[in-house]
Design a protein around this ligand. Sequence first.
Ligand code: ADP
Ligand code: ADP
Length: 231
Amino acid sequence: KEVIRLTDIVKNYKVGTQVVRALRSVSLQINQGEYVAIMGASGSGKSTLMNVIGCLDTPTSGRYELNDKDVSHLSDDELAEIRNSEIGFIFQTFNLLPRNSALENVMLPLVYAGIKKQERLERAEKMLSDVGLADRVEHKPNELSGGQRQRVAVARALINQPAILLADEPTGNLDSKTSEEIMHLFSEIHKQGNTLIVVTHEEDIAHHAHRIIRLKDGQIETDVINPNPVY
Ligand code: ADP
Ligand code: ADP
């Protein structure tokens, strides 16, 4: 089943009198259960594409369908609703609430989704246990190592069972050993049937994905199946 369909996506930024063509007619489809890496040099359009796919920004022109729904021309409120229900975000900087425990951070999306407290607790505890943090639920982010913080962020991203998991340089702040642990966790999440999109400039990270899309100057340069994904 197709989860994402981008057709002729163009994104221009106006800077003074200049127009920056960040995406020039990008078309691609991603099916449920795919594990895709988006690569490219700095300035090639990765963040812009990630922002469009993540419904953080709308394209200048072109069509974006997410789960068969046209999301190309929605209002900011409608986009926020799609983000909360359909997309799990993972960032380089973790973006956890510093004053809240791991458990509270993971429960938060369920609060917005209107899930009752007891179920929130049970689901968040289960999810933290699944990412290997059963003994860290009461820890606040600054009481956790970098890898543990990213695991909390992964649990938070997955708790609503989103249609896609979108990770932007997820290992950018981690040492190489911890990075490998997080990529191993991603592989496990992929095996469970989740759809993963990882934006990265690191070849070692991209090689865990099963499909690698390379951007150049706002266009898709190559889009290939990875014959030997790591793990
Ligand atoms: P990448 O993530 O691959 O480094 P970006 O998507 O951030 O690439 O940028 C693509 C192009 O769009 C670059 O030329 C960049 O300078 C430009 N760009 C990105 N964001 C903005 C913005 N908010 N305003 C103007 N230009 C931007
Ligand atoms: P790493 O060397 O991997 O960064 P740390 O030495 O920071 O790990 O942490 C080791 C363990 O101690 C971790 O499991 C973390 O949960 C715990 N820990 C780290 N800092 C604190 C803290 N301020 N309060 C409570 N537990 C902490």
